[in-house]
Write a protein that binds this ligand. Structure first.
Ligand SMILES: [Zn+2]
Length: 361
Protein backbone atom coordinates (compact mmCIF):
# COMPACT_ATOMS: atom_id res chain seq x y z
CA UNK A 1 0.00 0.00 0.00
CA UNK A 2 1.31 3.43 -0.88
CA UNK A 3 -1.23 5.55 0.96
CA UNK A 4 -2.64 6.84 -2.30
CA UNK A 5 -6.26 6.52 -1.14
CA UNK A 6 -6.17 9.68 0.99
CA UNK A 7 -5.52 11.78 -2.14
CA UNK A 8 -8.84 10.87 -3.81
CA UNK A 9 -11.90 13.02 -3.16
CA UNK A 10 -15.66 12.91 -3.15
CA UNK A 11 -16.29 16.27 -4.83
CA UNK A 12 -14.59 18.57 -7.33
CA UNK A 13 -14.11 21.22 -4.64
CA UNK A 14 -12.34 18.76 -2.34
CA UNK A 15 -10.22 17.44 -5.23
CA UNK A 16 -9.18 20.95 -6.22
CA UNK A 17 -8.31 21.85 -2.62
CA UNK A 18 -6.15 18.73 -2.21
CA UNK A 19 -4.44 19.22 -5.58
CA UNK A 20 -3.56 22.85 -4.91
CA UNK A 21 -2.36 22.09 -1.37
CA UNK A 22 -0.14 19.23 -2.56
CA UNK A 23 1.24 21.24 -5.48
CA UNK A 24 1.93 24.22 -3.22
CA UNK A 25 3.65 22.08 -0.58
CA UNK A 26 5.82 20.44 -3.25
CA UNK A 27 6.93 23.83 -4.58
CA UNK A 28 5.11 23.76 -7.91
CA UNK A 29 4.45 26.93 -9.89
CA UNK A 30 0.65 27.16 -9.83
CA UNK A 31 -1.58 28.98 -12.27
CA UNK A 32 -5.37 29.13 -12.43
CA UNK A 33 -7.55 29.32 -15.54
CA UNK A 34 -10.93 30.36 -14.16
CA UNK A 35 -14.09 29.00 -15.73
CA UNK A 36 -17.00 31.45 -16.22
CA UNK A 37 -19.54 29.23 -14.38
CA UNK A 38 -19.81 27.97 -10.80
CA UNK A 39 -20.07 24.53 -9.21
CA UNK A 40 -23.09 23.04 -7.36
CA UNK A 41 -22.18 24.77 -4.08
CA UNK A 42 -21.41 28.06 -5.77
CA UNK A 43 -17.70 27.20 -5.77
CA UNK A 44 -15.23 28.58 -8.27
CA UNK A 45 -14.41 26.31 -11.20
CA UNK A 46 -10.99 26.29 -12.82
CA UNK A 47 -8.45 24.33 -14.73
CA UNK A 48 -5.42 24.60 -12.45
CA UNK A 49 -1.88 23.83 -13.48
CA UNK A 50 1.18 23.01 -11.40
CA UNK A 51 4.56 23.13 -13.05
CA UNK A 52 7.79 21.63 -11.74
CA UNK A 53 11.07 22.35 -13.48
CA UNK A 54 12.61 25.23 -15.40
CA UNK A 55 10.65 27.63 -17.63
CA UNK A 56 12.94 26.86 -20.58
CA UNK A 57 12.71 23.08 -20.29
CA UNK A 58 13.30 21.34 -23.61
CA UNK A 59 11.43 18.23 -22.46
CA UNK A 60 8.02 18.30 -20.81
CA UNK A 61 5.82 15.60 -19.39
CA UNK A 62 2.19 16.70 -19.05
CA UNK A 63 -0.26 14.74 -16.90
CA UNK A 64 -3.95 15.61 -17.35
CA UNK A 65 -7.20 14.88 -15.51
CA UNK A 66 -10.90 15.48 -16.00
CA UNK A 67 -11.06 15.82 -19.78
CA UNK A 68 -14.26 13.88 -19.30
CA UNK A 69 -15.47 15.80 -16.24
CA UNK A 70 -16.56 13.10 -13.82
CA UNK A 71 -13.52 10.97 -14.76
CA UNK A 72 -11.57 13.60 -12.81
CA UNK A 73 -12.29 11.70 -9.57
CA UNK A 74 -9.80 9.15 -10.88
CA UNK A 75 -7.29 11.45 -12.57
CA UNK A 76 -7.23 14.10 -9.84
CA UNK A 77 -6.61 11.49 -7.14
CA UNK A 78 -3.70 10.12 -9.16
CA UNK A 79 -2.22 13.59 -9.77
CA UNK A 80 -2.40 14.57 -6.11
CA UNK A 81 -0.98 11.21 -5.01
CA UNK A 82 1.98 11.53 -7.41
CA UNK A 83 2.74 15.09 -6.34
CA UNK A 84 2.42 14.22 -2.63
CA UNK A 85 4.73 11.23 -2.84
CA UNK A 86 7.44 13.32 -4.55
CA UNK A 87 7.09 12.27 -8.17
CA UNK A 88 8.07 15.78 -9.28
CA UNK A 89 10.71 16.31 -6.58
CA UNK A 90 13.71 15.33 -8.67
CA UNK A 91 12.96 16.43 -12.19
CA UNK A 92 15.90 15.65 -14.52
CA UNK A 93 17.88 18.64 -15.88
CA UNK A 94 16.24 20.53 -18.72
CA UNK A 95 12.92 18.81 -18.01
CA UNK A 96 9.59 19.95 -16.59
CA UNK A 97 6.50 18.15 -15.37
CA UNK A 98 3.17 19.90 -15.85
CA UNK A 99 0.06 18.70 -14.06
CA UNK A 100 -3.16 19.96 -15.68
CA UNK A 101 -6.00 19.51 -13.19
CA UNK A 102 -9.66 19.35 -14.26
CA UNK A 103 -9.46 20.08 -17.97
CA UNK A 104 -13.28 20.08 -17.98
CA UNK A 105 -13.99 21.44 -14.49
CA UNK A 106 -17.72 22.00 -15.08
CA UNK A 107 -18.30 18.33 -15.91
CA UNK A 108 -16.20 17.27 -12.93
CA UNK A 109 -18.04 19.50 -10.47
CA UNK A 110 -21.49 18.63 -11.79
CA UNK A 111 -20.84 14.87 -12.17
CA UNK A 112 -21.09 14.84 -15.94
CA UNK A 113 -18.77 13.41 -18.55
CA UNK A 114 -19.59 16.25 -20.94
CA UNK A 115 -19.05 19.97 -20.41
CA UNK A 116 -21.38 22.95 -19.85
CA UNK A 117 -22.43 22.81 -23.53
CA UNK A 118 -23.28 19.08 -23.47
CA UNK A 119 -20.08 18.60 -25.49
CA UNK A 120 -17.74 15.64 -25.23
CA UNK A 121 -14.46 17.57 -25.10
CA UNK A 122 -12.56 14.59 -26.49
CA UNK A 123 -14.53 14.93 -29.75
CA UNK A 124 -14.26 18.75 -29.93
CA UNK A 125 -10.74 19.17 -31.37
CA UNK A 126 -11.87 18.89 -35.00
CA UNK A 127 -11.52 21.68 -37.53
CA UNK A 128 -14.93 23.33 -37.14
CA UNK A 129 -14.50 25.36 -40.33
CA UNK A 130 -14.77 22.11 -42.31
CA UNK A 131 -17.73 19.74 -42.61
CA UNK A 132 -17.97 17.71 -39.39
CA UNK A 133 -17.30 13.96 -39.36
CA UNK A 134 -20.36 11.83 -40.02
CA UNK A 135 -21.57 8.93 -37.93
CA UNK A 136 -24.29 7.11 -39.90
CA UNK A 137 -24.64 4.41 -37.22
CA UNK A 138 -25.50 7.07 -34.64
CA UNK A 139 -28.07 8.60 -37.02
CA UNK A 140 -29.75 5.24 -37.40
CA UNK A 141 -29.78 4.55 -33.67
CA UNK A 142 -30.25 8.08 -32.31
CA UNK A 143 -33.64 7.28 -30.72
CA UNK A 144 -32.25 4.16 -29.07
CA UNK A 145 -29.05 5.83 -27.85
CA UNK A 146 -31.10 8.76 -26.50
CA UNK A 147 -34.21 7.12 -24.99
CA UNK A 148 -37.38 9.25 -24.64
CA UNK A 149 -37.79 8.09 -21.04
CA UNK A 150 -36.01 5.79 -18.59
CA UNK A 151 -38.85 3.31 -17.99
CA UNK A 152 -37.78 -0.35 -18.00
CA UNK A 153 -39.89 -0.91 -21.13
CA UNK A 154 -38.27 1.92 -23.11
CA UNK A 155 -34.77 0.98 -21.95
CA UNK A 156 -35.35 -2.67 -22.93
CA UNK A 157 -36.61 -1.56 -26.35
CA UNK A 158 -33.50 0.62 -26.85
CA UNK A 159 -31.21 -2.21 -25.77
CA UNK A 160 -32.89 -4.56 -28.22
CA UNK A 161 -32.39 -2.13 -31.10
CA UNK A 162 -28.71 -1.68 -30.28
CA UNK A 163 -28.31 -5.45 -29.92
CA UNK A 164 -29.90 -5.99 -33.34
CA UNK A 165 -27.57 -3.38 -34.84
CA UNK A 166 -24.55 -5.13 -33.30
CA UNK A 167 -25.75 -8.50 -34.64
CA UNK A 168 -26.15 -7.06 -38.14
CA UNK A 169 -23.02 -4.91 -38.32
CA UNK A 170 -20.71 -6.31 -35.65
CA UNK A 171 -19.93 -5.13 -32.12
CA UNK A 172 -17.19 -2.79 -33.34
CA UNK A 173 -19.67 -0.91 -35.57
CA UNK A 174 -22.06 -0.70 -32.62
CA UNK A 175 -19.34 0.76 -30.43
CA UNK A 176 -18.43 3.24 -33.16
CA UNK A 177 -22.06 4.35 -33.53
CA UNK A 178 -22.39 4.80 -29.79
CA UNK A 179 -19.05 6.32 -28.85
CA UNK A 180 -17.17 7.78 -31.82
CA UNK A 181 -18.89 11.14 -31.48
CA UNK A 182 -21.56 12.91 -33.49
CA UNK A 183 -22.07 16.48 -34.66
CA UNK A 184 -25.77 16.44 -35.54
CA UNK A 185 -27.63 16.05 -32.22
CA UNK A 186 -26.56 18.83 -29.82
CA UNK A 187 -28.87 17.39 -27.17
CA UNK A 188 -27.73 13.79 -27.65
CA UNK A 189 -24.92 11.81 -26.07
CA UNK A 190 -21.44 12.05 -27.57
CA UNK A 191 -22.01 15.47 -29.15
CA UNK A 192 -18.69 16.90 -30.37
CA UNK A 193 -19.81 20.54 -30.61
CA UNK A 194 -19.91 23.03 -33.44
CA UNK A 195 -17.15 25.35 -32.19
CA UNK A 196 -14.15 25.14 -29.83
CA UNK A 197 -15.53 25.06 -26.27
CA UNK A 198 -14.01 26.73 -23.19
CA UNK A 199 -11.87 23.73 -22.22
CA UNK A 200 -10.59 23.40 -25.80
CA UNK A 201 -9.54 27.06 -25.91
CA UNK A 202 -8.06 26.87 -22.41
CA UNK A 203 -6.02 23.74 -23.09
CA UNK A 204 -4.63 25.32 -26.26
CA UNK A 205 -3.65 28.42 -24.28
CA UNK A 206 -1.93 26.25 -21.65
CA UNK A 207 0.00 24.29 -24.28
CA UNK A 208 1.14 27.51 -25.97
CA UNK A 209 2.21 29.13 -22.71
CA UNK A 210 3.81 26.10 -21.10
CA UNK A 211 5.05 23.79 -23.83
CA UNK A 212 5.79 25.80 -26.96
CA UNK A 213 9.49 26.14 -26.10
CA UNK A 214 9.99 22.39 -25.62
CA UNK A 215 11.32 20.01 -28.24
CA UNK A 216 10.08 16.73 -26.81
CA UNK A 217 6.64 16.62 -25.23
CA UNK A 218 4.71 13.73 -23.72
CA UNK A 219 1.15 13.94 -22.44
CA UNK A 220 -0.63 11.33 -20.37
CA UNK A 221 -4.35 12.08 -20.13
CA UNK A 222 -5.98 10.01 -17.40
CA UNK A 223 -9.41 8.56 -18.21
CA UNK A 224 -11.74 5.98 -16.70
CA UNK A 225 -14.77 3.96 -17.78
CA UNK A 226 -13.52 1.52 -20.41
CA UNK A 227 -12.18 -1.95 -19.73
CA UNK A 228 -12.09 -4.43 -16.88
CA UNK A 229 -12.15 -3.07 -13.31
CA UNK A 230 -8.72 -1.62 -12.49
CA UNK A 231 -7.25 -2.74 -15.81
CA UNK A 232 -5.40 -0.20 -17.93
CA UNK A 233 -4.82 0.50 -21.57
CA UNK A 234 -2.59 3.16 -23.07
CA UNK A 235 -4.55 4.50 -25.99
CA UNK A 236 -2.70 5.80 -29.04
CA UNK A 237 -4.83 7.61 -31.61
CA UNK A 238 -2.20 7.33 -34.31
CA UNK A 239 -1.56 4.32 -36.57
CA UNK A 240 0.88 1.60 -35.64
CA UNK A 241 3.24 2.86 -38.35
CA UNK A 242 3.58 6.29 -36.69
CA UNK A 243 6.60 7.49 -34.71
CA UNK A 244 4.35 8.25 -31.74
CA UNK A 245 3.03 4.67 -31.61
CA UNK A 246 6.54 3.23 -31.87
CA UNK A 247 7.77 5.48 -29.04
CA UNK A 248 4.81 4.47 -26.91
CA UNK A 249 5.57 0.78 -27.38
CA UNK A 250 9.21 1.43 -26.55
CA UNK A 251 8.18 3.20 -23.34
CA UNK A 252 5.17 1.17 -22.29
CA UNK A 253 5.28 -2.15 -24.14
CA UNK A 254 2.17 -4.25 -24.52
CA UNK A 255 -0.17 -1.88 -22.66
CA UNK A 256 -0.28 0.29 -25.81
CA UNK A 257 -3.10 -0.07 -28.32
CA UNK A 258 -3.85 2.02 -31.39
CA UNK A 259 -7.43 3.10 -32.11
CA UNK A 260 -6.56 3.06 -35.81
CA UNK A 261 -7.07 -0.50 -36.94
CA UNK A 262 -9.26 -1.62 -34.09
CA UNK A 263 -6.84 -3.04 -31.50
CA UNK A 264 -7.93 -0.61 -28.80
CA UNK A 265 -10.85 -0.76 -26.37
CA UNK A 266 -11.65 2.73 -27.68
CA UNK A 267 -13.19 3.56 -31.05
CA UNK A 268 -11.19 5.61 -33.52
CA UNK A 269 -12.62 8.99 -32.49
CA UNK A 270 -12.17 12.29 -34.31
CA UNK A 271 -11.17 15.46 -32.49
CA UNK A 272 -9.54 13.97 -29.40
CA UNK A 273 -6.90 15.59 -27.16
CA UNK A 274 -3.85 14.29 -29.10
CA UNK A 275 -5.10 16.28 -32.12
CA UNK A 276 -4.85 19.43 -30.00
CA UNK A 277 -1.25 18.67 -29.01
CA UNK A 278 -0.29 17.87 -32.60
CA UNK A 279 -1.96 21.12 -33.80
CA UNK A 280 -0.27 23.33 -31.24
CA UNK A 281 3.16 21.71 -31.29
CA UNK A 282 3.84 21.22 -34.98
CA UNK A 283 7.42 20.25 -35.78
CA UNK A 284 8.08 18.97 -32.23
CA UNK A 285 8.21 15.38 -31.02
CA UNK A 286 4.81 14.78 -29.41
CA UNK A 287 3.81 11.59 -27.62
CA UNK A 288 0.22 12.07 -26.45
CA UNK A 289 -1.84 9.19 -25.10
CA UNK A 290 -4.92 8.41 -23.08
CA UNK A 291 -4.39 6.24 -20.01
CA UNK A 292 -7.73 4.48 -19.63
CA UNK A 293 -8.79 2.62 -16.49
CA UNK A 294 -11.61 0.09 -16.34
CA UNK A 295 -14.46 0.55 -13.90
CA UNK A 296 -17.74 -1.36 -14.37
CA UNK A 297 -19.19 -3.38 -17.30
CA UNK A 298 -19.79 -1.33 -20.43
CA UNK A 299 -23.56 -1.99 -20.31
CA UNK A 300 -23.68 -0.12 -16.99
CA UNK A 301 -21.58 2.73 -18.39
CA UNK A 302 -23.96 3.00 -21.36
CA UNK A 303 -27.06 3.17 -19.13
CA UNK A 304 -25.37 5.81 -16.99
CA UNK A 305 -24.58 7.95 -20.03
CA UNK A 306 -28.10 7.55 -21.42
CA UNK A 307 -29.64 8.43 -18.06
CA UNK A 308 -27.39 11.45 -17.57
CA UNK A 309 -28.22 12.78 -21.00
CA UNK A 310 -31.95 12.21 -20.47
CA UNK A 311 -31.73 14.01 -17.13
CA UNK A 312 -30.13 17.08 -18.65
CA UNK A 313 -32.75 17.30 -21.37
CA UNK A 314 -35.45 17.02 -18.67
CA UNK A 315 -34.81 19.63 -16.05
CA UNK A 316 -31.24 18.71 -15.13
CA UNK A 317 -30.40 19.46 -11.53
CA UNK A 318 -34.03 20.47 -10.86
CA UNK A 319 -35.29 17.01 -11.82
CA UNK A 320 -36.18 14.85 -8.75
CA UNK A 321 -34.01 12.06 -10.19
CA UNK A 322 -30.92 14.31 -10.35
CA UNK A 323 -29.09 12.95 -7.29
CA UNK A 324 -29.80 9.32 -8.18
CA UNK A 325 -28.51 9.78 -11.75
CA UNK A 326 -25.46 11.77 -10.65
CA UNK A 327 -24.55 8.80 -8.45
CA UNK A 328 -25.13 6.42 -11.35
CA UNK A 329 -22.73 8.33 -13.57
CA UNK A 330 -20.14 8.77 -10.85
CA UNK A 331 -20.21 5.05 -10.05
CA UNK A 332 -19.77 4.24 -13.75
CA UNK A 333 -16.55 6.26 -14.01
CA UNK A 334 -15.09 6.02 -10.52
CA UNK A 335 -14.74 2.96 -8.33
CA UNK A 336 -14.85 4.24 -4.77
CA UNK A 337 -12.78 1.35 -3.39
CA UNK A 338 -9.29 1.39 -1.88
CA UNK A 339 -7.86 -1.43 -4.00
CA UNK A 340 -8.94 0.31 -7.23
CA UNK A 341 -7.46 3.64 -6.16
CA UNK A 342 -4.15 1.97 -5.26
CA UNK A 343 -4.15 0.07 -8.53
CA UNK A 344 -4.80 3.12 -10.76
CA UNK A 345 -2.17 5.10 -8.86
CA UNK A 346 0.43 2.32 -9.20
CA UNK A 347 -0.19 2.00 -12.94
CA UNK A 348 -0.15 5.77 -13.44
CA UNK A 349 3.09 6.14 -11.48
CA UNK A 350 4.74 3.47 -13.64
CA UNK A 351 3.35 5.02 -16.85
CA UNK A 352 4.54 8.52 -15.97
CA UNK A 353 7.95 7.33 -14.76
CA UNK A 354 8.47 5.41 -18.00
CA UNK A 355 7.43 8.50 -20.00
CA UNK A 356 9.90 10.65 -18.10
CA UNK A 357 12.68 8.10 -18.69
CA UNK A 358 11.74 7.93 -22.38
CA UNK A 359 11.73 11.71 -22.75
CA UNK A 360 15.14 12.09 -21.15
CA UNK A 361 16.87 9.08 -22.71
ZN1 LIG B 1 -12.61 9.55 -20.87
Amino acid sequence: MTGAVQHFSSSYAEARRKFLAAAGAAGGAIRHHLHPLKGPSGEELATDIARFGPANASRILGIGSGTHGVEGYCGSGVQTALISEGFAADVPDGTAILFIHAINPYGFAWDRRVNEDNVDLNRNFVDHSKPHPENPGYEELADAINPRDLSPETMAECRARMKAYAAAHGPRAMQHALSAGQYTHPKGVQFGGHAPVWSNRTLRAIIRAEMAAAERIAFVDIHSGLGARGGAEIICTEPETSGAYKRMVEWWGSSVRSTVGGGSISSDVPGSIPVCFADELKGREVTSCGLEFGTVPIAEVTVALQSDNWLHQNGGHENPKAAEIAKLIRDAFYVDADDWKEQVTDTSRWTCARALAGLTS
